[in-house]
Write a protein that binds this ligand. Structure first.
Ligand code: GDP
Length: 297
């Protein structure tokens, strides 16, 4: 499958290391658990989540009186699945929605917006785009390219204009045209961080104030190849605009897929979408069971 192919690096990296570890040891002892800790930390699972995972695995192995290290694989998989599934809830797909998309430049925001627009349009729904990254002319142009490629309208102002004003116009247009989904792009410049966060807060305030019956969601786009850095970025964005879900891009570019687990466990924000390649089909809904299955075969 595309998912499995996109996760090749992580399967051959992180997952293979765990499987090798469980087959290399003949008994389950402290040394095995210590090596497992090292592998997990290396794979961007994060120290806190690693400790928790390994402690739980140790307890479970004792409880189930497991003697063969190889039997740990199944327990380990179950634990990952449990972390990734807990607290996820069904969504109401029928309500018209405003999706505010945030993330640092280069994370894959534009691509993600384009792909979501395409999928939603193909599902027979009305989509509108709002070019809220007014800081970069290229960002507005790129979004316009997606808008004509997918065949959806876009609300855009000139470079340098007020992002909140674009958001305001886009929301008014979305309401009067009764679209199913409005996707609002935002700026992602990192060098002037405090200004950026203030701008994002203002954009969200305007969107919420004008949304009327439309649901408002914030989607944070994170680059999986940035590992622990992605976690600190997520904290920053979450403090500013309360993130509802994460799109984790470029998982095909890392051998350390453990960042998926760290994001869920340390931030408590659900991963909604994962990117496992450059094409539109490579942006997939995140489903913990199929994800873990694809990793361990
Ligand atoms: P933005 O600056 O956040 O808007 O980022 P872009 O959407 O322009 O994406 C930056 C680069 O990452 C582009 O070259 C994309 O094709 C690439 N990209 C985005 N998502 C993925 C993914 O899941 N896998 C891979 N390999 N590349 C991706």
């Amino acid at each position: 499958s595309r998912l499995k192919k996109g996760l090749t690096k992580t399967r051959e990296g992180f997952v293979a290391q765990v499987e090798n570890l469980f087959s290399k040891f003949s008994t389950i002892d402290d040394e095995l658990y210590e090596e497992l800790e090292e592998i997990l930390i290396q794979a961007d699972v994060g120290v806190h989540t690693t400790m928790k995972l390994v402690d739980n695995l140790r307890d479970k192995a004792k409880e189930e009186k497991i003697k063969e290290p190889k039997e740990l694989t199944k327990l380990f998989q179950d634990q990952l699945t449990e972390i990734l599934t807990k607290g996820t809830k069904e969504e109401d797909d029928d309500q018209p929605t405003i999706l505010m998309v945030v993330g640092v430049n280069g994370a894959g925001k534009t691509t993600t917006i384009g792909k979501i627009a395409q999928r939603t349009k193909e599902a027979g729904m009305e989509v509108l785009l709002g070019a809220g990254d007014t800081f970069r002319a290229a960002a507005i142009d790129q979004l316009k390219v997606w808008s004509s490629r997918v065949g959806v309208d876009i609300i855009a102002h000139q470079e340098g204009s007020d992002a909140a004003a674009v958001a305001y116009d886009a929301v008014q247009a979305a309401k009067s045209r009764e679209v199913d989904l409005l996707i609002v792009d935002t700026a992602g410049r990192l060098h002037t961080q405090s200004n950026l966060m203030e701008e994002l807060k203002k954009v969200k305030r305007v969107i919420k104030r004008e949304a009327d019956n439309m649901a408002v969601e914030v989607l944070l786009v994170l680059d999986a190849t940035t590992g622990q850095n992605a976690i600190s970025q997520a904290k920053l964005f979450n403090d500013a605009v309360d993130v509802d879900g994460i799109a984790l891009t470029k998982l095909d570019g890392t051998a350390k897929g453990g960042v998926v687990v760290a994001i869920k466990e340390e931030l408590g924000i659900p991963i909604k979408l994962i990117g496992v390649g450059e094409s539109a089909e490579d942006l997939q809904d995140f489903e913990p069971e199929s994800f873990i299955e694809a990793l361990f075969e």
